[in-house]
Structure formats: structure tokens, C-alpha cells
Design a protein around this ligand. Structure first.
Ligand code: TYM
Length: 333
């Protein structure tokens, strides 16, 4: 039997290379063979308190980008999380069995609590519960995500199992993180540190519609070492990041050329970045064109969003009727 696939992306402005290789590339394959639900996680984005204009603009934009990248409303269900208020209801039910201690131990929560001590809101704490609701509202079992979401998926399994145990049922599946490769993907950013992420700053991210000169400038300014290391020395983190980015967009000959140069201690990082910028431009150019033209086509975007909302609600409505019944909310009037 084909599995039910569910995944989401927060609307934080635009999609970057990490979103593409961590998530979207798998969505494109999965929509061909499975019952797939892909959504814009606009409820989730409220933890950062966007203005109404910013929220709306980002949601529209990311939805249009999904379409431009090839998600097909006839093959998958493409929708906005906020078009399914049923998700908020399931989130509330799951929250009744989610505990403060376990939520406080989630790495992403601890990081946010550290980096934004003035805004440690309840939505941030219960973020993994809302994610579990997103998945379980369609009884999703397969969740294409990048490596950074692994722990959230573990929590989704915890909440699913807990619900089943509490009500002596096998109603919800155990959602598993999924990628077509061997390992979940982590695309590094340009700042020489961890994963590519908007919260690490604009200069950390390669956006799929970055103009050629912007792309070139960002890559040429990417953090690397000041000069070649000793022959045979291990790569520093920033240098490893450049090689990881190259592995995504350059051909094998190019990669082994620079690997050999690194090994022999003769590499010039300026040359490597120039090559990476050229290969990245070849990769991004067709996506950029498609994104820009889709964003202009408001009619196509609106039609797809309406169609997606209708399909998604059918599935959510069915789940919530059954969930209310299981919990004991049964009509006697
Ligand atoms: P978000 O919006 O941060 O990222 C969306 C998807 O992109 C992947 N990703 C990356 N993959 C590899 N390398 C990177 N540098 C990188 N940056 C982002 C993420 O792993 C993710 O797959 N909580 C989620 C959104 C969400 C969700 C869900 C996902 C809400 N509900 C239910 C799955 C199922 C998030 O913030 O992803």
C-alpha cells in the first residue's frame, strides 16, 4: 500500500538551497507515487510575531515558489496550514498529553530560548506538538524533511504512540523522517558554521531566486580558510562546507580537482569559490526564472491554493470526526 506523505515549510520569506535539497527535491519524487500533503506552515511562523503584511507576503511567496519548483496541485495536495483549523483542534488535544519537561528538552526550543530570551512563548515550547498535529491530521507515516527536523519527528512518534496507548487504539501511525538518499540532508550555510538558515543571517543563505550578481557576491564572501593547509591535513569546518555545497551543484571532475588540490596543499579558495559560484548560477538560473514568472501569475497561485484547501479539508475533516469519537466527544442530542 502506498504511504501517506506529509511535510511543511515555514514561510520565512523565500526558499533557500537547504529547503530545496533537504525537502523539496524529495517532495517532487514522492508526489508521483504517494498520497502526498505539502503545506505552508503559517501557524508555526506566529512564534516570531510577523506583521500581518509580512505574514501574508511570505505565505503567498512560498506557495508560489512551491508551484514554480514543480509541486503539482493535481498530483499532491498543496495547501496552507491555516486553511485547516482542524489542525489547531488536534494540536489542542495532543497538548493535553504533552509534558513541559519533555518539551523543554527539545534542542530547537533550547536554542531559541537562548537566542531570543525575551520571546520564549508557549507556541515555541509546543512547536513539536503542532508539527505532530500537522502530520497526524492526515495520518501521515512518511515525512520528507532535512536532518534538522529529526528530533521533531521523534516527538511526533511519541505523541502518536501516547494517544494510541491512552485510548487503546492503533489509530495513528508512527511517522518516520524520510529522504531518498542514505542519510537525511544537511545543507551548510555560507557563514562557515552550521546548517543554512535564515536565522544565521541573509549572507548565510543562497535563495533560489537570488540575482546572479547577488549569488556571486555571497559565494565569493563565504567564510573559508585564509590559505591552503598542510598537505594531507583535515578540512576545517568552513572548507568542508564549501565542498558540501559543491557536491550539490558541481560535477564529479570539478569536485575531485579541488579535492586533489586540497590534499596536496595547493588549493586557492578564491578559485574554488569562483567555480562554485559559476556552477551555482547554472543550477539556480532556471529555478529563478520559473519562480519569478509564477509569482506574477496571481490567478494560477490563487486557483491552486483554493483547490489544495478543499482537498486537505476533506482529509482533515474525516480524521477529526474519528478522533473526537475516539476521545469520547460523542453527540447525544
Ligand atoms: P523549515 O521551514 O525550517 O524548513 C523546511 C524544510 O527544509 C529543510 N531544511 C534543510 N534541510 C537541509 N539543510 C538545511 N540547511 C535546511 N534548512 C531547512 C527542513 O528540514 C524542512 O524539511 N518545523 C518545520 C516545518 C514544519 C513541518 C511540519 C515539517 C511544520 N510542520 C510537519 C514536516 C512536517 C520547519 O521549521 O522547517
Amino acid at each position: 500500500m502506498s504511504e501517506i506523505v506529509v511535510s511543511g515549510i515555514r514561510p520565512t520569506g523565500k526558499l533557500h538551497l537547504g529547503n530545496y535539497f533537504g525537502a523539496v527535491i524529495n517532495f517532487l519524487k514522492l508526489q508521483e507515487a504517494h498520497d502526498s500533503f505539502f503545506f505552508i506552515a503559517d501557524y508555526h511562523s506566529l512564534t516570531t510575531h510577523p506583521t500581518p503584511e509580512d505574514l501574508h507576503g511570505s505565505v503567498y511567496r512560498v506557495f508560489a515558489e512551491y508551484l514554480a519548483l514543480g509541486l503539482d496541485p493535481d498530483k499532491c495536495t498543496l495547501y496552507l496550514q491555516s486553511d485547516l483549523p482542524e489542525t489547531a483542534e488536534l494540536y489542542m488535544f495532543l497538548n493535553m498529553n504533552a509534558y513541559k519537561g519533555e518539551l523543554e528538552r527539545v534542542t530547537s526550543f533550547k536554542e531559541k530560548a537562548r537566542s531570543q530570551p525575551d520571546n520564549v512563548n508557549a507556541g515555541l515550547l509546543t512547536y513539536p506538538v503542532l508539527m505532530a498535529a500537522d502530520i497526524l491530521i492526515h495520518k501521515g507515516s512518511r515525512v520528507p524533511v532535512g536532518k534538522d527536523q529529526e528530533q521533531h519527528l521523534e516527538m511526533a512518534r511519541t505523541f502518536s504512540n501516547r494517544f494510541n496507548r491512552l485510548y487503546h487504539t492503533e489509530y495513528f501511525p508512527e511517522p518516520q523522517a524520510f529522504t531518498f538518499g542514505k542519510n537525511l540532508v544537511k545543507v551548510p550555510g555560507l557563514s562557515g558554521q552550521g546548517k543554512m538558515s535564515k536565522s544565521a543571517g541573509e549572507a548565510d543563505c543562497i535563495y533560489l531566486d537570488d540575482a546572479p550578481e547577488v549569488l556571486n557576491k555571497k559565494i565569493m564572501r563565504a567564510v573559508s580558510d585564509s590559505g591552503p593547509s598542510e598537505p594531507g591535513a583535515a578540512k576545517s569546518q568552513p572548507v568542508q562546507n564549501l565542498f558540501d555545497l559543491m557536491a550539490l551543484v558541481s560535477n564529479d571532475d570539478t569536485i575531485s580537482f579541488f579535492e586533489t588540490q586540497h590534499q596536496s596543499g595547493t588549493i586557492r579558495y578564491g578559485d574554488m569559490k569562483k567555480q562554485l559560484a559559476a556552477d551555482m548560477e547554472l543550477f539556480v538560473a532556471p529555478l529563478r526564472d520559473k519562480i519569478r514568472s509564477t509569482i506574477e501569475n496571481r490567478e494560477q497561485v490563487a486557483k491552486a491554493a483554493k483547490h489544495g484547501a478543499e482537498k486537505a479539508r476533506e482529509s482533515a475533516d474525516k480524521t477529526m470526526k474519528e478522533v473526537r469519537e475516539i476521545i469520547g466527544f460523542r453527540k447525544f442530542y
